[in-house]
Write a protein that binds this ligand. Structure first.
Ligand code: GTP
Length: 596
């Protein structure tokens, strides 16, 4: 297809504003999926995506559309909607010339609408504003058309109104894509340069790499090179998705398609990298490639220690399809053998743990999420700490923590409550803006460590679910942080150590010691539970001694009942962990960590 007849676009929207439903309707109206094959949310392939209604992996679909007597190839590139995947979103956007800014006509603009809009504008995309769900009785398109027009600069009349559900307005939208979005521009005679915007592991075909051709062309059987690593591969198959893969004779300027080289691990085909020809290839890679770094770390342990090998296998498998997942073995006194895992953010953590339990049937316990701290010791040494157990024991000169810029969108009635919440999380106000009479954007600079610690839950509950949040990294800042340890009879329980702000150390210490007192059964001796900063004790609880005699209740009567009780006690013993002399049921650790 000549570039003049290609249109590359994506849909940007807040979660639940109907992106997948609209995409499905487009596939149906352009005829690439027959009505019979149409099943809800064709593009969301993973079960977990469908159940949670979120799109994790982006994909591209080519749709034919006739306008002005010509047939155009519309390439729709699906973008993940969540903050944790900003880098992937930005690469998907970079593969397009235009974006549909989709907003729920009953909800209006939300935090992720804005975050993605800014990314689209940074990539110079042409924006088509669209209100969705106009079939809803609660829809208020006049009000939100004005809001949208004010936001991107334009007239409310130019905001399209559609319903992904009924299909109203979708044909008009397809026409607008052809009319308004610029055709791709590139040098057909230059050496090949294709940008990878997605890389998906397929159990049968190995890694399927989605690319946007920028210059030149690629053909089947050619040898290609990944410019970041200089690794060469043979191009076994090249084609377009429509939406099933259709092999083609090659891809030219502006086209969007997939490559298969037989590599088995998405790390060999990284999002953002440039693909070129091995012979006579390009010398300069396309701009914008970076290796996304994990921001949030957590220990993952099997509840049943014998599942350790299975957990390792499951992580190895997930890594094939998720280049940003990191992990290494770790041992904990309290939890046994497990893995220290790095994630892009909290949702990423949640997705991985959910997939581990759902797809691999593993029962897991995850430790409280931690961020990356730079700790400088008195001797001037700097240590990177992603786990409280790595915190240097000696004197600490300073600690720097990662900061984020957050944007919170909320109804104006909740502004006071949310400001209080942000302040209690050590946020500093950067700005406040009214989007309409009703809706306000609050911008705060906050430590990431405060956000990963149930901030989102608090935000939602304090605003009856009306607030939405988005954040981006914003450097580091020194803070008065300390490590709080929890000790049982003088022995440290590693899984409960935490790095917290000095002002919150006492609260954390009392919380954990109180929880543990309730969870740990009495022993034959007195057990002090303490919280400490270094050698200084900041909180203490005591479990009083008890002479445990399970048979006392049996009045010497029923012998079979006695035996049962003894059996039961033995069972219980098996799941006990020893911390020094203290027997602690595994469940107590789990309950204390999950906060129930
Ligand atoms: P993410 O993938 O999580 O970003 O969600 P999404 O934006 O893809 O939303 P999705 O298409 O899953 O739609 C969210 C909900 O809105 C679903 O329950 C849809 O049935 C509903 N919905 C989507 N479009 C329309 C519409 O035009 N009208 C009505 N009434 N409901 C819609």
């Amino acid at each position: 297809t000549p570039p003049s007849q290609i249109r590359n676009f994506c849909i940007i929207a807040h979660i639940d504003h109907g992106k997948s439903t609209l995409a499905d309707r487009m596939l149906q109206i352009t005829g690439v999926v027959s009505d019979r094959d149409m099943r809800a949310q064709y593009l969301d392939r993973m079960d977990i995506e469908r159940e949670r209604g979120i799109t994790i992996k982006s994909q591209a679909v080519r749709m034919p559309w006739s306008a002005d007597g010509d047939t155009f190839a519309l390439n729709m590139i699906d973008t993940p909607g969540h903050v944790d995947f900003t880098y992937e979103v930005s690469r998907s956007l970079a593969a397009c010339e235009g974006a549909i800014l989709l907003v729920d006509a009953a909800q209006g603009i939300e935090a992720q609408t804005l975050a993605n809009l800014y990314l689209a504008l940074e990539n110079d995309l042409h924006i088509i504003p669209v209100l969705n769900k106009i079939d809803l009785p609660a829809a208020d398109p006049d009000r939100f058309a004005k809001e949208l027009a004010d936001l991107i600069g334009g007239k409310p009349e130019d905001v399209l109104r559609v319903s992904g559900k009924t299909g109203v307005g979708v044909e008009e939208l397809l026409d607008r894509i052809v009319q308004d979005i610029p055709a791709p521009v590139g040098d057909a005679d230059a050496p090949a340069r294709a940008m990878i915007f997605d890389s998906v592991y397929d159990a049968y075909r190995g890694v399927v790499t989605y690319v946007r051709m920028v210059d030149g062309s690629l053909s089947p059987r050619e040898r290609i090179q990944m410019m970041s690593t200089h690794a060469n591969h043979e191009l076994l198959e090249i084609g377009v998705s429509s939406p099933e893969p259709i092999p083609s004779k090659g891809l030219g300027v502006g086209e969007v398609g997939y490559l298969i080289t037989g590599v088995k691990d998405v790390r060999q085909s990284k999002v953002g990298d440039t693909v070129t020809s091995s012979r006579g290839g390009a010398t300069e890679a396309l701009a914008g490639y970076t290796d996304p770094k994990p921001m949030v770390f957590s220990g993952i342990y099997p509840i049943d220690g014998s599942d350790y090998a299975e957990l390792r296998e499951a992580l190895d498998k997930l890594k094939l399809s998720d280049a940003s997942l990191q992990y290494e073995p770790e041992t904990s006194v309290a939890l046994g053998f497990g893995f220290r895992c790095g994630f892009l953010g909290l949702l990423h953590l949640e997705i991985i743990t959910e997939r581990l339990s759902r797809e691999f049937g593993l029962d897991l316990i995850t430790t409280a999420p931690s961020v990356i701290y730079e700790v400088t010791t008195d001797t001037g040494e700097t240590v990177t700490v992603t786990n409280p157990s790595e915190y240097p024991d000696g004197r600490v000169a300073s600690v720097a923590e990662p900061m984020v810029k957050t944007a919170i969108l909320l109804p104006k009635d909740y502004v006071g409550t949310v400001m209080e919440l942000c302040q209690s999380r050590r946020g500093s106000l950067l700005g406040m803006e009214y989007f309409s009479e009703e809706r306000v954007e609050l911008r705060y600079r906050m430590p990431l460590g405060e956000i990963v610690f149930d901030f989102f839950d608090h935000l939602k509950s304090k605003t009856q679910g009306y607030a939405s949040l988005d954040y981006e990294p914003d450097g580091q800042q020194e803070a008065d942080l300390v490590k709080v340890d929890v000790l049982l009879q003088g022995d440290k329980v590693d899984a409960f150590s935490a790095i917290v702000h000095r002002d919150k150390a006492y609260a954390y210490g009392t919380l954990m010691t109180e929880r543990l007192r309730k969870l740990i059964p009495r022993q034959n001796f007195e057990v002090p539970i303490q919280a400490a900063i270094g050698a200084r004790i900041i909180a203490r609880e005591t479990i009083r001694a008890l002479r445990k005699d399970v048979l006392a209740k049996c009045y010497g009567g029923d012998i079979s009942r006695k035996r049962k009780l003894l059996e039961k006690q033995k069972e219980g013993k098996k799941r006990m962990k020893m911390v020094g002399r203290v027997e602690v049921p595994q469940e107590a650790f789990i309950a204390a960590l999950s906060g129930d």
